[in-house]
Write a protein that binds this ligand. Structure first.
Ligand SMILES: *Cc1c(COP(=O)(O)O)cnc(C)c1O
Ligand SMILES: [Zn+2]
Length: 438
């Protein structure tokens, strides 16, 4: 199996060795992606092999990522793999959420069931394996939270030293707590995400640290397993839509690449349409795609200097992977929508009241779906899978404030507890409590 790195820019397409430590194309500055020679197996035998592996107790086969490794064969030797049994996340039907969104049915693919509680684990197990293959000792990332929690766990589990850089005061305690607990050296920098990313690239160069930000092409390879596993769980029946939140846009890039590769191999017979939902206060990709269609196809990408949203996982003004995301949206005839703070908060409470729960960024999916169904873009009868990216316990402070009517947006405006469920203070009195219940 021959693996290499290729520049994503269609005018360049320069190739590099898969072991080169590169984050951008040295020739043109473009994004890089992993590419492979022929897989050498047909669709039917791959499907059979992956099913059989579910019965195998070997850690590699128990991983919901590495089980599908034929589709990302960049490692010469699987001994470099660090697995915490990532992936294996459920598909959950949610009638109540479907009704809220205006759909007949909806299924959530819940990536919050991962070992550190977000889809970042699907990519991090791959990035950490590549770091070990390269003989790296230290790994680093800049993160709004979940990437650092995941990197800390995988690096520590794999004997690497994790270094984490986070925007000071802009991270949920659940996520910061994970980074500390998993043993990462953590730096809180007085700057925003995009500024810190520039800083860390300087430090990585200077100190020989391997960067595990979402620009890392191997993380994208691991994240392809989310859609591969989704199709496997659906017996390879392709949904009409896959909906996901968009921040740095690595995940939509991974989904698109994985889907295209599955189509080329005959594992699936068509592409689903991808819908990316951004928070209204942090929506540079939404604005860009809207300006493209308004201008008939040529508009510059404009970064947002001060992105604002309580959905901190998608609070990114200058998403690195936008060229890949644009390609995948166009290839799948996809759409980009945005949802405001109230819409995200209410959708989140409805997902919670469905017994499922997720963190704020994940709820942008249902908020966006509601708007896209109302606008007639998504059909009421459509087969829709929405990807919940993070666990409900990532941001408990947000939840408590919402349900008690104390949540305010980044601009200070009150967010109404439309689906609020505040605790009731009662006296120690069985009769009074009985009256309240019945
Ligand atoms: C990272 C993250 C996102 C955003 O994903 P991108 O690949 O950056 O677009 C969304 N939700 C959660 C919970 C995340 O951790
Ligand atoms: Zn290039």
């Amino acid at each position: 199996m021959q693996a290499h790195l290729v520049c994503f820019e269609s005018t360049c397409r320069a190739q590099y060795d898969v072991r080169d430590v590169l984050y951008n194309c040295p020739k043109c500055g473009g994004l890089l992606e992993a590419a492979y020679g022929p897989i050498g197996a047909d669709a039917a035998s791959l499907k059979k092999l992956w099913r059989e592996r579910r019965m195998d107790n070997a850690p590699l086969e128990q991983s919901g990522v590495w089980r599908y490794r034929e589709l990302f064969p960049f490692l010469e030797d699987t001994k470099h793999v660090v697995t915490l049994r990532e992936g294996n996340t459920p598909l959950l039907p949610a009638p109540r959420a479907a009704a809220y969104g205006g759909l007949k049915a909806i299924t959530f693919k819940h990536q919050g069931f991962n070992p550190t509680g977000s889809f970042k684990d699907n990519g991090m197990t791959a990035g950490a394996a590549q770091a070990r293959l390269l003989g790296m000792k230290r790994v680093a990332c800049v993160s709004t939270g979940n990437t650092s929690a995941s990197m800390a766990a995988y690096a520590s589990a794999g004997g690497l030293e994790p270094l984490i850089f986070i925007p000071n005061g802009n991270i949920s305690y659940g996520k910061l707590a994970q980074a500390l607990e998993y043993g990462a050296k953590t730096f809180q920098v007085d700057a925003n995400f995009d500024q810190i990313l520039a800083l860390v690239r300087v430090l990585a160069e200077r100190l020989g640290i391997y960067l595990l930000n979402s620009i890392n092409p191997f993380r994208i390879e691991g994240q392809k397993s989310i859609v591969i596993e989704m199709m496997d769980q659906r017996d390879w029946k392709v949904p009409d839509w896959i909906v996901l939140p968009g921040g740095n846009l690595g995940n939509v890039s991974a989904f698109g690449k994985g889907l295209r590769e599955m189509l080329a191999l005959g594992l699936i017979d068509k592409l689903p349409r991808l819908a990316v939902i951004q928070a209204a206060g942090s929506s540079p990709f939404y604005e860009y795609m809207a300006s493209l269609s308004a201008s008939g196809g040529s508009a510059p990408f404009v970064a947002q200097g001060h992105p604002e949203t309580l959905a901190t996982a998608i609070k990114i003004g200058d998403p690195v992977s936008w060229p890949k995301a644009q390609f995948e949206i166009e290839t799948t005839r996809g759409v980009v929508e945005k949802a405001d703070e109230q819409e995200i908060a209410d959708a989140k409470a409805v997902i919670g009241a469905s017994g499922i729960g997720c963190e704020p960024a994940s709820a942008a999916t249902l908020a966006g779906i509601k708007k896209l169904v109302a606008a007639g873009v998504i059909d009421r009868d459509a087969d829709v899978v929405a990807v919940l990216t993070g666990n409900v316990l990532k941001d408990p402070d947000y939840i408590y404030r919402y349900h008690t009517g104390q949540l305010t947006g980044p601009d200070g405006a009150a967010i109404r507890a439309n689906f609020g469920n505040a605790p009731v203070v009662v006296p120690n009195d069985a009769d009074r409590i009985t009256a309240l219940i019945s």
